[in-house]
Design a protein around this ligand. Structure first.
Ligand code: SF4
Length: 281
């Protein structure tokens, strides 16, 4: 342990003589616990879009996250403490992101890097983009920018370290992972034609029942994906997926008509397969 590290550990309540500070540290259990966690934070190795390039630059030699003990990016959630969500989060991608988050052991932290991860960014309310990762997993630090520079990301990592420094082992709100029993996993969203948050399921069901009974359910349209989930799967799932009839082919050339007909049939089979997969998922 270097002299600098020891100085970081000294508690101000118990001053240590200057000539002993490189050899002796008097500190609290919380402080040494926080210091060891925040000085060896291992981020998960993944990037989603342009912000990931800045994250990669931050880990390279010019900025060097090794100074924070964070250079060991792990390719598995089982060995990661920190999820840096760097880039645009699409509805397709939020499903594995939440699953990976659930697979990380406690204590774990999430840093939303850039405008996209924080709130949708330039794609906010786009048909395929979620409006912020914090709608699905708890975020500890937001780093603004499009993209944030490596310096901004480093600033966010330092902010996270300060946040960890402020935690106390005596306060269960700070360290809930030491509570009784396992912590509840975050519900994994369901990907259909649109994304569905399982936490909203009661509301979606109630709206669907009102819609089915002919009542108005408000000005907002019920997402098509909601109907997929709510519609009794029994009936739809019980019967094998039928391939929609191929479109009529209008051409005088019999070879071309045959080729078009085969293509239409292949497309119809593909659509039926996808519909069956959506029902199974
Ligand atoms: S915030 Fe900007 S730079 Fe980052 S992923 Fe979104 S569009 Fe790309």
């Amino acid at each position: 342990m270097s002299q600098l590290d020891l100085r970081e550990l000294h508690s101000t309540e118990f001053p240590v003589p200057a000539d002993m500070q490189s050899n002796v540290a008097i500190t609290s259990l919380s402080k040494i616990y926080n210091w060891s966690r925040r000085s060896s934070m291992w981020p998960m190795l993944f990037g989603l879009a342009c912000c990931a390039i800045e994250m990669i630059a931050t880990a390279a030699s010019r900025y060097d996250t090794a100074r924070f003990g964070m250079e060991v990016m792990r390719a598995t959630p089982r060995q990661s403490d920190l999820m840096i969500v760097s880039g645009t989060v699409t509805k397709k991608m939020i499903v594995p992101i939440v699953r990976l988050y659930n697979q990380m052991p406690e204590p774990k932290y999430v840093l939303a890097m850039g405008a996209c991860a924080s709130g949708g960014g330039p794609f906010k309310e786009g048909y395929n983009v979620v409006s912020g990762i914090d709608q699905y997993v708890p975020v500890d630090v937001y780093v603004p920018g499009c993209p944030p520079t490596p310096q901004a990301l480093l600033n966010g990592l330092i902010a996270l370290q300060k946040r960890i420094d402020g935690q106390s082992l005596g306060n269960m709100d700070d360290v809930p992972w030491y509570g009784v029993g396992p912590s509840d996993p975050v519900p994994v969203p369901i990907l259909g034609p649109d994304i569905i948050d399982p936490r909203q399921m009661e509301m979606i069901r109630a709206q669907a029942e009102r819609a089915a009974s002919g009542e108005s359910y408000g000005t907002r349209e019920l997402p098509a994906a909601a109907m997929d989930v709510i519609a009794p799967r029994t009936e739809a799932a019980a019967r094998p997926a039928q391939a929609p009839a191929a479109a009529e082919v209008a051409t005088d050339d019999p070879d071309r008509a045959e080729a078009l007909r085969k293509r239409e049939e292949a497309l119809a089979r593909k659509r039926a397969r996808q519909a069956a997969q959506n029902l199974d998922s």
